[in-house]
Design a protein around this ligand. Sequence first.
Ligand code: ADP
Ligand code: MG
Length: 246
Amino acid sequence: MAAEVLTIKNLNKSYGTKQVLFDINFTVAKGEVVTLLGPSGSGKSTLIRCLNGLEEFQSGTYSFEGQEVIDNKDVWRQLRQKVGMVFQSYDLFPNLTVMENILLGPTKVQKRPRQEVIVEAQALLKKVGLENYQDVYPRQLSGGQKQRIAIVRALALHPEVMLFDEVTASLDPEMVRGVLEIIKDLSQNEHMTMVIVTHEMNFAAQIADKVLFLENGHILEETAGKDFFTKPQTKRAQEFLDSMDF
Ligand code: ADP
Ligand code: MG
């Protein structure tokens, strides 16, 4: 049994008076890929955002590598260095080149030597097929290219875990595959620990070690990836898969 990286226990989360996550429990082991699936509004984004402190939760505990994450700004700042996140909207800085976008975190926040990070960034850019784009600005890139840069930027911080929230949802269909291939490579070749929200069911079926199926803020089932897509435990999950034409 691989070591646990993330452990969430009895997490409850409300926006104002509206509770949106109810008694959430799960773990993510080192190298594991956990996929959050469920209908729109079920709480997937809220849950994934709790994992890097973008959302506060009202009760429950969150442990990272065995240490409980206490509610303290410095603790969360340190945690965010270890938990990389890429969203649906690529939030690159428009006034900075691709390379400057990538360098910002490692040099300013982590205080690593610029030259060392440049060499590493170039290798990462090559890996995602964008080695000739380091001096261009985000507006000169397609959506798929921007999303690949957003992934490189997150990886340059040497995260222990990567969170992906519907990173292909706003891309043209022909751009989707390239981005998914990068995520697949991260899992298969780098054994990156990941939590992924996606609507790409074929991709999820290939990559998920474990599926958490959410509805109305509850985890309705937790099922091994190899089983979920062919024999989910709940009727609701089967209906969901049918609705996704899977
Ligand atoms: P999903 O990602 O599964 O579509 P979300 O986590 O975005 O679901 O949303 C879960 C619930 O929380 C929904 O009812 C949504 O309307 C609500 N919600 C999400 N973000 C906010 C917010 N910032 N303020 C208030 N309610 C929110
Ligand atoms: Mg969402």
